[in-house]
Structure formats: structure tokens, C-alpha cells
Design a protein around this ligand. Structure first.
Ligand code: BGC
Length: 463
């Protein structure tokens, strides 16, 4: 099923075997589903774990945040490994760890065991969060790379909604063990699916395995005519050194800054205060019954999924940067509207719902998918895993910090004050995006790499 690249935009416009690359991206995106599910499920599970293990508030916080600590660790060690061992083995290893973690946490006899189990699950999340987009990016043709990589973000949002629904369904029976155990199903599917997939042609070529790289390229492009693309990959691999020195070297520094700063902004603009605390916010806004608050939360999750689908449809047409600008502007408006006017939120439940929906829709169309997409595209091959790992560590670290500080920030500044602060940070994110973020739409990974070597400003990419 070989098709011509419909949009072009690159010197070497590869044919598209859409079915194969979509399948590969879909399997890999199960890592995203687990990311969303395993981070979301704790909000329901903790209600019962707390009672069964008689936890105090510190122990409760440790159980909730253990997964974030694991994710920082996983991202810290996984990046280098995916450069050394290959993208595919690392995703398979993450799937094995996910499975182990799901079964281990479900069987926890005591709280210590549960905490270790959640750290193990977190390690798998940390690894999967960057290695899934990395693999998808390296097998995708440029014309649809945005959509394919962002399948992972779509899966994250689906995982979050599924975790809310599973939590809701199993609450009556206090079934927290099943909440954790169910994650074993997508984990096993991820592992089995990736075993059937080839490694990325770019990684194979980087290891000098040209024959294998050519074979995979033929398979994933659905054509024998891959010489141009292979030559382009080869040429770019000959250019660089690799390792920490290159990562901090002058040529890669702009890309490093873009990834790390966007990682901070993706979290510091407050997304996970909504994902983790939406029911609490809704209760403060006047939804007194907890089932109404949970239902409103499911609504927020569904809007997140819906607008991520819209982003998928637009990323390769409109480009990454315009969506980021539109999304950040929408976040600023919604944060400003609701939260800069203290008193509007409290006892004004429907107004809170509308603002939260607008906020999450704006995140879903911009910063959500675009951050993970850009960090899978902008780094040169030899340090791609390492650099993505660094941006991912920063992302999970910032996530941890926000989760830890939101409640105390809310009591120090009031909830409105906390969101007002996120609004100011979002303005910073918008200014940074306009000035520094490159447009990668339609360009091959090798063309993006060539841009850094030319020493031109990131903003000029594609111009
Ligand atoms: C972020 C997560 C967030 C999720 C919400 C992801 O891109 O990295 O922290 O929970 O989007 O959809």
C-alpha cells in the first residue's frame, strides 16, 4: 500500500505505508495509555488504601507521589539506554516493568511494599513517556509525524478518563487492588506488540546496520525506493559526536533550552492541579455531592480527549507553533477569567466548569501534545534519547513540585491566587514560544538536525 507523500515539505519525500506506521504508533502509544491510567488511578485507589493500611497524611502523600519519584528515575536512566540498546528493547523492558508493577501493587501486603511497587510503576512511566514518542517519531514519515507521535498524547488522555471510570466503577466494592491490577492488560499488549515491531531504522543505521535499516525502511514505507531517505539519514549520522558534551555544546544548546523550558512550562502552568484535584476544585465551587464532582471531572477528561483528537488533525496542517500559541492564549484567557476574579469560582459551579473546560481544551490543543512532539523531533540523532531523557526528567520533576505545592499554595494564596500565578507563568510560556520555538512541520528529522548545524536561530527553522 505505497502512497506518495501528500504534503511534501522535505527534500526526500518518503512514500507512506500508512497502515504499518499507524499500527506501530498505536502499539507504542499503549505506553501513553499506561502513563495516563497509572497516574490517574491513584486518586480513586488512595481513598481505600488509606483506610485499609490506616495511613496518616504523610504516608498518604508518599503513596500518591511515589509514582512521580519513579518517573523521574526512569527518565533519568532510560534516555542513555535507548541510545545504547535501541528504542524497541527499552519500550519492551518498560512493558515488563509495567506488568510487574501492576501485579506487585495489586498484591501489596503492607504499605512499604505498595510504595516500592508504585515507584517501580513510576520508573516504567518515566521510560515510556519519552521512549514511545521517540520510537514513533523515528519510524514516521514527516508529513504525518505530528499526528502519529501525538497518538501517544491521545492515549495519555484516554488513560486518564479510563482511570476515572474504573475508579468510579470499582469504588462500591473498595476494589483498589483491581484498579492497579487492570494495568497489566495494556502492559502485556504493549510488550507483545513491540516484540513484533522492528527497531527504528535511524537507530539501526546509527549502529552501522545498514542492511537492517534498509529492510525496515522498505517495510515501513511500503516501497523499495528508500535510497534517498537512507542516504539522508546516513549523511546526518556522519556529522556528530554524541554524549553530554554535544548536548551542552553550542550547536545543540538552543534545542536543549527549548525542550527543557517547555518541559517546565508544561507542568508549571498547572495542568495536573486540574487532572489530580478537579473533584476538590468542583466541590469548592459548589458541587456538594462527591458523585456530581466526579462526574464533572469525567467531563473535563472527555474534553481533554476530544481536543487532543482535534490537535491530531491539525498538527501536520497548521503546524506545531500556531497550535501552541492558540492553546496558550486560551489557557491565559480561562485562567484570567475564572481565577483573577476571586469569588467568581466559589459558589458558581457552572462557571467553574466552563472555565476548567476551556482551560483543558486549550492545553489539549497546544502544550499537551506539542511538548512531547517537539522533544521527539528537535534533537540530533546521537543524543536524541539522552536529550529527551533530560527534558523528561525536568517535566516529571516539575510535575512532582506542583503536586507537592498546590495544596499549600492554595492555602497561602487562596485557590484563585494559585491559578493567578499559573496564569502569569502561562504568559511567560507564550512569550517564550513566540520568540524561541521552532516550526518542525513537514521537515525530516535530518533537515531539523541540519538547521542546528547551520547555527541559525530556532525561530528561523523552515523559513
Ligand atoms: C502531561 C501530563 C498531563 C497530561 C494531561 C501530558 O502531556 O505531560 O502531565 O497529566 O498531559 O492530558
Amino acid at each position: 500500500m505505497a502512497k506518495k507523500n501528500p504534503r511534501g515539505g522535505s527534500a526526500v519525500a518518503p512514500a507512506v505505508n500508512t497502515r504499518f506506521v499507524t499500527l506501530a504508533a498505536g502499539i507504542c502509544a499503549l505506553g501513553g495509555l499506561l502513563f495516563g491510567y497509572d497516574t490517574g488511578v491513584i486518586s480513586s485507589a488512595i481513598l481505600f488504601v488509606k483506610g485499609d493500611f490506616a495511613l496518616g497524611s504523610t504516608a498518604e502523600e508518599v503513596v500518591v507521589s511515589a509514582v512521580l519519584i519513579g518517573a523521574v528515575l526512569g527518565a533519568a536512566f532510560g534516555g542513555r539506554l535507548s541510545d545504547r540498546l535501541g528504542r524497541r528493547p527499552v519500550v519492551i523492558a518498560a512493558a515488563a516493568v509495567f506488568t510487574l508493577g501492576a501485579i506487585g501493587t495489586a498484591l501489596s501486603p503492607a504499605v512499604g511494599w505498595l510504595i516500592v511497587g508504585r515507584i517501580v510503576v513510576g520508573i516504567a512511566i518515566g521510560v515510556a513517556s519519552f521512549s514511545a514518542p521517540l520510537y514513533i517519531s523515528e519510524v514516521s514519515p514527516p508529513a504525518i509525524r505530528g499526528r502519529l507521535v501525538s497518538l501517544n498524547q491521545l492515549a495519555i488522555t484516554l488513560g486518564i478518563v479510563v482511570s476515572y471510570l474504573v475508579g468510579f466503577a470499582l469504588s462500591a466494592g473498595r476494589g483498589w487492588r483491581w484498579m492497579f491490577a487492570l494495568a497489566a492488560i495494556p502492559s502485556l499488549l504493549l510488550g507483545a506488540g513491540m516484540l513484533a515491531m522492528p527497531d527504528s531504522p535511524r537507530w539501526l543505521e546509527g549502529r552501522g546496520r545498514t542492511g537492517d535499516a534498509a529492510g525496515v525502511l522498505r517495510r515501513i514505507r511500503g516501497t523499495r525506493d528508500i535510497d534517498g531517505e537512507l542516504a539522508e539519514i546516513k549523511a546526518s549520522l556522519g556529522q556528530q559526536g554524541g554524549g553530554w558534551r554535544e548536548l551542552f555544546g553550542p550547536l545543540v544548546k538552543p534545542a536543549l533550552i527549548v525542550g527543557v523550558v517547555l518541559a517546565v512550562f508544561q507542568q508549571m502552568t498547572g495542568i495536573n492541579t486540574i487532572v489530580y484535584y478537579a473533584p476538590t476544585i468542583f466541590q469548592a465551587a459548589g458541587f456538594r455531592s462527591s458523585s456530581a464532582a466526579i462526574l464533572a471531572t469525567v467531563g473535563v477528561g472527555v474534553v481533554n480527549v476530544g481536543f487532543t483528537v482535534l490537535a491530531l488533525l491539525l498538527l501536520d496542517r497548521v503546524g506545531r507553533k500556531p497550535l501552541l500559541v492558540i492553546g496558550l492564549s486560551g489557557m491565559i484567557v480561562s485562567l484570567g477569567l475564572a481565577f483573577a476574579l476571586p469569588g467568581l469560582l466559589t459558589n458558581n459551579g457552572w462557571f467553574a466548569v466552563v472555565c476548567l473546560m476551556l482551560y483543558i481544551a486549550s492545553f489539549a490543543i497546544g502544550l499537551g501534545p506539542v511538548f512531547w512532539l517537539l522533544i521527539s523531533e528537535i534533537y540530533p540523532f546521537r543524543i536524541r534519547g539522552l536529550a529527551m531523557g533530560v527534558a523528561t526528567v525536568v517535566n516529571w520533576g516539575a510535575n512532582f513540585l506542583i503536586a507537592l505545592t498546590f495544596l499549600s499554595l492554595s492555602s497561602a494564596l487562596t485557590q484563585s491566587g494559585a491559578f493567578w500565578l499559573y496564569g502569569i507563568i502561562t504568559i511567560g510560556a507564550l512569550v517564550f514560544t513566540v520568540r524561541m520555538v521552532p516550526e518542525t512541520k513537514g521537515r525530516t528529522l535530518e533537515q531539523i538536525e541540519a538547521h542546528w548545524r547551520s547555527g541559525k536561530h530556532p525561530r528561523l527553522m523552515g523559513k
